[in-house]
Design a protein around this ligand. Structure first.
Ligand code: AMP
Ligand code: MN
Ligand code: MN
Ligand code: MN
Length: 295
């Protein structure tokens, strides 16, 4: 089936957090896909942005400085807030992200201890072997090791071991919502609720999140995301309009996966009629399209 995409991707990962590709590998894929505007949004770090800005012109990529901050909202609800257009040299942002990342190794040991209790040994070292920057140790790296060791099928390790309520889950206190939004805004960026449908919140709960988020100065929401179904896109688009948010679009690319197709660098256009984050980011030529012929 032929589908139309636009060459804008405002959410993706590299080996600076839990993506599998180095920046040159990622940018090569983006260029192959005819992507033009790319935000690098690694988890809780802006460390990759200097290298990314230095490399991007060689791949004809307009790089947008981004970050994806882990937030614990109203207790232990894990929510991700993307910041776009941030200043990667902002000291408040850097210092606070450093504190967040400092928790990751310790949590990783706790995850491994919990897995050991159900007979899965060596998970800490195993996950670390998939992680290029140890301080960025993520459940994704545990996922990779669990799948490689055949404790779970590809795409199933979260449901089996790593998601809330499962044997390897460790609840973590991440940033406060208002702090994450403040760090992003104080460094010149715009704050966006990442992949809202993935949280599986009720309509009321998602409405509460949006209300809190707007009260802190948050502005946008991802309408198009690789974790959204067509119905999710329609639902989030309606919330976007209802709450007066700006629509964002992002692949949330981490790696090439045999069980699903996500192309970094391009996305479906946001639904017509929605105000978008493009203006804020200085993306003006949004009209041109990229044709692809696979699903
Ligand atoms: P962490 O920040 O270490 O708790 O890990 C969260 C990361 O795990 C997310 O950014 C996603 O990349 C990944 N993740 C979370 N839930 C799932 C899932 N159900 N399937 C695959 N990856 C997931
Ligand atoms: Mn991730
Ligand atoms: Mn996320
Ligand atoms: Mn992400």
């Amino acid at each position: 089936m032929s589908k139309t995409f636009i060459p804008i991707d405002l959410h993706c990962h590299s080996t600076y957090s839990d993506g599998s590709l180095t920046l040159p590998e990622l940018f090569e894929m983006v260029q192959k896909n005819n992507g033009r505007y790319l935000a690098l949004t690694d988890h809780d770090t802006v460390a990759g942005l200097a290298e990314a800005h230095a490399l991007a012109p060689q791949y004809n990529i307009n790089l947008i400085s981004g970050v994806e901050i882990s937030v614990s909202w109203r207790g232990n609800n894990l929510v991700h807030i993307v910041g776009l257009g941030v200043d990667a040299n902002n000291q408040q942002l850097i210092d606070n992200l450093n504190s967040l990342r400092a928790q990751r190794i310790e949590r990783g040991r706790k995850i491994a201890d919990k897995l050991a209790r159900i007979g899965i040994h060596g998970a800490f070292e195993g996950a670390m072997s998939y992680c290029k920057n140890p301080e960025a140790l993520s459940r994704t790296h545990f996922n990779d090791w669990l799948v490689a060791k055949e404790y779970a099928k590809a795409g199933k390790a979260f449901d089996k071991y790593l998601a809330p309520g499962k044997a390897g889950y460790v609840a973590q206190k991440w940033a406060e919502l208002e702090d994450a939004v403040k760090w992003i805004k104080d460094s010149g960026g715009i704050a966006i609720i990442a992949h809202p449908a993935r949280y599986k919140f009720t309509r009321t709960k998602l409405g509460n999140l949006i209300t809190d988020f707007k009260a802190c100065g948050g502005s946008g929401i991802e309408v198009i995301s690789s974790s959204h179904s067509l119905q999710d896109e329609e639902y989030i688009a309606s919330l976007c309009q209802h709450y007066g948010l700006l629509a964002s679009i992002g692949s949330d690319f981490h790696k090439n996966e045999s069980y699903r197709t996500i192309r970094p660098g391009i996305n479906k256009a946001p639904p017509h009629g929605l105000a978008t984050v493009f203006d804020f980011l200085g993306i003006t030529d949004t009209s041109f399209e990229v044709e692809t012929h696979d699903k």
